[in-house]
Design a protein around this ligand. Structure first.
Ligand SMILES: Cc1cc2nc3c(=O)[nH]c(=O)nc-3n(C[C@H](O)[C@H](O)[C@H](O)COP(=O)(O)OP(=O)(O)OC[C@H]3O[C@@H](n4cnc5c(N)ncnc54)[C@H](O)[C@@H]3O)c2cc1C
Length: 401
């Protein structure tokens, strides 16, 4: 006998877990399936996980509504109030300040494993969610009357719709023939945690230059020792040669790439190198299925917006499905799911286009373009209202649509 649910969510990463919690708050019965076992290896400060995310104000509010933000230990959160961006090939410089834009902070940095652990703790306490961990969808069938799923473990599930939150390489997206527009950014992102010689001033530092796109993202300090997470995007060949350097030589190159604003003392994690690909599904929904998070879109991490866009999808989907549920509508009906697509697609495309534009603008070293770029940055730096608009957008407090 198949177990009955309102919704089956596949993927209990940040996006799928948040979706399950907020939908469960709307009295929906949820099955949450993930091939992972739900235990995330947590490092102990001053060692921090190499994978971190900048979480916007709107995303924080959603995580609070799900009860997951409150259980993140304070010593694993770093608020940042400023962001400084400069052009390593010229004088171009822009700073963003939370106080000037009436925000308590621009965002928070949190390790992905810590965030997933807090979400998983809440999921386990929800009486409306059944968790199927270390398990996968073996077969599924979509129809006008709902979805039937067989898991590898042999369990059978039925629901009105299935939500694909199974990440960038979504199997559900492929199996249901969702077309995508995608291309390689021609960049690898190297990530690691490093120790620096002085306080990071609760500031996210970002350099665009000859050495690629490099961010120093603040992490909590411990006993007067200061740490940042780096995201360093460079062409693949360059990434290979940087990854081949020993720690000392890598730290030296980092100091140079960050224009010697900091001395890099040590690397406290392994370095990881992640290929970057722009991907966008042409449709987010079909009868009985919706894509959310990285399953629907991936973008360059230069503005730290990928998970925040996924959380924006969650907000829209929860609004649509909880209203439809109250009205007694069938949740898998395409006319219901299309409301979610309409609410999100324009915003996600606009953000993806913005990231592509940034990457191309800062990827060039042609003298004329570099000069124009620097003039543009100077103009932007002095335009307070434009800066306020961009900060509100990055914080998730306004949309393009
Ligand atoms: C270098 C880098 C830095 C980034 N920095 C930021 C940042 O600062 N801020 C930000 O907002 N975003 C950032 N991002 C983007 C962010 O990491 C992603 O957008 C986010 O992790 C996507 O979450 P997700 O839950 O959609 O997918 P995932 O995190 O990929 O989760 C997918 C889940 O599905 C499960 N799964 C997959 N396939 C199956 C299957 N067949 N069956 C069952 N389960 C399955 C997986 O086990 C996993 O738990 C960054 C990305 C990169 C590469």
């Amino acid at each position: 006998m198949a177990k009955q649910y309102d919704l089956i969510i596949v993927g209990a990463g940040m996006v799928g877990s948040l979706a399950s919690l907020l939908l469960a708050n709307s009295s929906l019965r949820i099955a949450l399936v993930d091939r992972h076992n739900g235990d995330y290896a947590l490092s102990v400060p001053p060692s921090y996980d190499a994978r971190v995310s900048a979480i916007s104000c709107q995303s924080k509010a959603l995580l609070e509504a799900a009860g997951a933000w409150q259980s993140i230990p304070q010593n694993r959160l770093a608020a940042y109030n400023n962001m400084v961006v400069w052009d390593g090939l010229g004088e171009g410089y822009i700073d963003f300040n939370a106080r000037k834009t009436q925000l308590p902070e621009l965002g928070h940095l949190v390790e992905n494993a810590i965030l997933c652990t807090s979400l998983m703790t809440e999921v386990k306490q929800s009486s409306n969610i059944d968790l199927y961990l270390a398990d996968e969808v073996e077969n599924h069938e979509l129809s006008e009357s709902g979805v039937t799923v067989s898991l590898l473990s042999g369990r059978q599930l039925e629901a009105q719709a299935i939500i694909a939150a199974d990440g960038a390489l979504s199997k559900l997206r492929t199996e249901n023939a969702f077309e995508t527009v995608e291309w390689d950014y021609g960049h690898q992102a190297m990530v690691a945690t490093i120790e620096i010689d002085r306080a990071h001033e609760n500031t996210a530092w970002q350099s665009f230059g000859e050495e690629g796109i490099l961010a120093f993202l603040p992490l909590p300090s411990v006993d007067d020792r200061h740490f940042v997470s780096i995201v360093w995007s460079v062409p693949p060949q360059e990434a290979d040669s940087l990854m081949a350097l020993d720690d000392q030589a890598f730290c030296k190159r980092l100091g140079y790439a960050i224009s010697q604003r900091f001395s890099v003392l040590d690397i406290t994690t392994d370095r990881q190198s992640i290929p970057l690909r722009q991907r966008h599904a042409k449709q987010y929904v079909k009868t009985g299925i919706a894509l959310i998070g990285d399953a629907a879109h991936t973008i360059h991490p230069l503005a730290g917006q990928g998970a925040n866009l996924g959380f924006g999808d969650v907000k829209a989907l929860v609004d649509v499905l909880s209203k439809a549920h109250r009205r007694g509508e069938f949740l898998g009906a395409s006319r219901v799911l299309r409301r979610y697509q309409r609410a999100r697609m324009l915003d996600n495309i606009a953000m993806a286009a913005g990231m592509e534009g940034f990457k191309r603008l800062f990827g060039t070293q042609q003298p004329l373009l570099v000069q124009l770029r620097n003039q543009g940055m100077a103009h932007f730096h002095n335009n307070t209202s434009l800066k306020e608009k961009l900060v509100a957008r990055a914080a998730g407090l306004s949309s393009f649509s």
